[in-house]
Write a protein that binds this ligand. Structure first.
Ligand SMILES: [Ca+2]
Ligand SMILES: [Ca+2]
Length: 233
């Protein structure tokens, strides 16, 4: 598979984590549910500035993705549109990522960062991942792979750099399996979602109900088939 195919497969695997209500399409409601889930995970009370910041960031993220993805402008993003949007709008384009998705990830980090020092614990990153749809065992492993500072904390910069790499490159998904559905990318790398050249999913088996890593692995470690896992027992 090419780097682009790897990327598209990774995004196809993520679709169900965005489809929070499980109706097979992503809508503004799903993004708002995602914000509510993060708020609950970090005890962000309704009516606070932080709750509003999460909702606003989620709305912004939805609007950015919809502008890229919603080819028929019906307010719903299908899996194919979602993958097409990520390929056409985020892949290899950190500036687009910064505009569309980074505010959301920053808001999630800040919800987790109770004291506002831009540092969070490994456990907080674990909770963040689970709130975003990762399975607990996988979230724990990915959280533990992050580079920590001398005090054992993970910086905001580390998290946002990892998330940017995750969404803009075909870096392999180590912590989560990529489903077996194939994506034909053709020459559509710069094509708009829904256009004739946009990538489409083949009729492969559906993505299994598992959540890939949302934030990245430790980018300073060499790739290893069985990365060391910090014991949480
Ligand atoms: Ca949905
Ligand atoms: Ca903190």
């Amino acid at each position: 598979m090419s780097e682009l195919d790897d990327y598209a497969a990774k995004m196809a695997a993520r679709f169900h984590t965005f489809d929070q209500d499980g109706d097979g399409q992503v809508t503004r409601r799903d993004f708002r549910l995602m914000a509510e889930r993060v708020a609950r995970a970090f005890d962000v009370a309704d009516g606070t500035d932080q709750a509003a910041a999460l909702q606003e960031a989620a709305d912004r993220y939805w609007e950015g993705m919809a502008a890229l993805a919603d080819g028929d402008l019906d307010g719903r993003i299908t899996r194919g549109e979602f993958v097409g949007a990520a390929v056409a709008g985020l892949h290899q384009d950190p500036e687009a990522f910064t505009r569309i998705a980074l505010p959301w990830h920053r808001a999630v980090f800040r919800a987790a960062d109770h004291d506002g020092d831009r540092l969070v614990t490994v456990n907080a990153v674990d909770l963040m991942l689970v709130a975003l749809g990762a399975e607990p065992d996988q979230a724990r492993r990915v959280a533990a792979e992050h580079r920590t500072d001398p005090t054992g904390h993970i910086t905001e910069e580390e998290i946002l750099a990892a998330v940017t790499a995750y969404y803009t490159t075909g870096e392999p998904q180590r912590a989560f399996a990529v489903p077996a559905c194939r994506v034909s990318s053709g020459t559509a790398r710069h094509g708009r979602a829904g256009s004739p050249g946009a990538p489409t999913l083949s009729n492969g088996p559906p993505a299994p109900p598992r959540a890939p890593a949302h934030v990245g692995r430790n980018r300073v470690s060499p790739p290893a088939p069985s990365p060391p896992i910090r014991s949480h027992t």
